[in-house]
Ligand binder design. Structure first.
Ligand SMILES: N[C@@H](CCC(=O)N[C@@H](CS)C(=O)NCC(=O)O)C(=O)O
Length: 222
C-alpha cells in the first residue's frame, strides 16, 4: 500500500450546493483538508482518475479511500468529530432528518433543476416546477416555527445538508422568493447566508493544478 496522505484531499467547486454541504461539514468537524478547487468544464485529470464519475465533491481520505458522494463526506466528517453537535438529537429526530434530506435530494432537487434549467428538459414549465417545490418549502417553514433551525435551536445535519439547495432555489428568482409568505424559511436562510459558517465555506480559491501551493481548508475560529 502507498504511504498515507498527510491530510485528506477535497476536490470542491465553490458554487456547487453538494460541495457546499461537504465543506460545511468538514469545517464543522474542525478537520483540516487540502482543498483543490475544480472548474466543472475543465476537471483536474487527477480527480477523474480516482473518481471517473466526475462529480464534485470528492474526498480522498488519508488511507486512500475515496468518498464521492457529499452525504458520505458529511457522515465521515461527523464521525471523526461532531464538534458543532449536528447529530446531538434523538434517534427519532435523526430518522426524521434522514427523511427530510432524502426529500430535498430527490423530489425537491428534481423540481429545482427543472425550475432553474427549464431548457435542459422536455415538456417542462419552469413556474410549474417552482410551485411544485413549494410544498417541501412550506413543510420546512412549519418545522422552523418557533426556533432557529429545523430541529430546534442547534444547527443540525439536516440544516447543513439542505440549506445550500434552498439558497440555490431562492437565487433563481430572488425577488419572487423573498416576497413569499414563508417567514420562518426566509429568516432561516437569511441567517445562514450572513453566518460565519457560510462566509467561511464560500472563500474563493483559484482553480487547482498539480504543483500549486497547498490550500488548507477546514479549521474555522469559533
Ligand atoms: N450525488 C452527488 C451529486 C454531486 C453533483 O451532481 N455535483 C455537480 C455539481 S453541483 C457536478 O459535479 N456535476 C458534474 C458536472 O457538471 O460536470 C453528491 O451528492 O455528491
Amino acid at each position: 500500500m502507498s504511504e498515507a496522505l498527510e491530510r485528506p484531499i477535497l476536490y470542491s467547486f465553490r458554487r456547487c450546493p453538494y460541495a457546499m454541504r461537504a465543506r460545511l461539514a468538514v469545517s464543522a468537524s474542525g478537520q483540516e483538508v487540502e482543498l483543490r478547487e475544480v472548474v466543472l468544464r475543465d476537471k483536474a485529470p487527477q480527480m477523474l482518475e480516482i473518481s471517473p464519475k466526475g462529480t464534485v465533491p470528492v474526498l480522498i481520505l488519508r488511507d486512500g479511500t475515496v468518498l464521492e458522494e457529499s452525504l458520505d463526506i458529511i457522515n465521515w466528517a461527523l464521525s471523526v468529530n461532531d464538534a458543532e453537535n449536528w447529530l446531538d438529537f434523538s434517534i427519532i429526530e435523526i430518522d426524521e432528518m434522514a427523511g427530510l434530506i432524502t426529500q430535498a435530494d430527490g423530489p425537491f432537487k428534481a423540481n429545482l433543476d427543472r425550475y432553474k434549467y427549464e431548457n435542459r428538459f422536455d415538456n417542462v414549465v419552469s413556474k410549474e416546477q417552482r410551485d411544485l417545490a413549494c410544498e417541501f418549502l412550506m413543510k420546512l417553514n412549519d418545522k422552523l416555527q418557533g426556533h432557529d433551525y429545523l430541529f430546534g435551536d442547534n444547527f443540525s445535519k439536516a440544516d447543513g445538508a439542505i440549506l445550500p439547495f434552498i439558497r440555490q432555489y431562492a437565487h433563481v428568482d430572488k425577488e419572487w422568493f423573498w416576497q413569499q409568505d414563508w417567514p420562518n424559511l426566509i429568516r432561516w436562510l437569511d441567517a445562514f447566508l450572513a453566518s460565519d459558517r457560510f462566509l467561511f465555506i464560500m472563500n474563493k480559491y483559484p482553480k487547482w493544478k498539480e504543483g500549486d501551493d497547498i490550500t488548507l481548508f477546514g479549521k474555522r475560529e469559533l
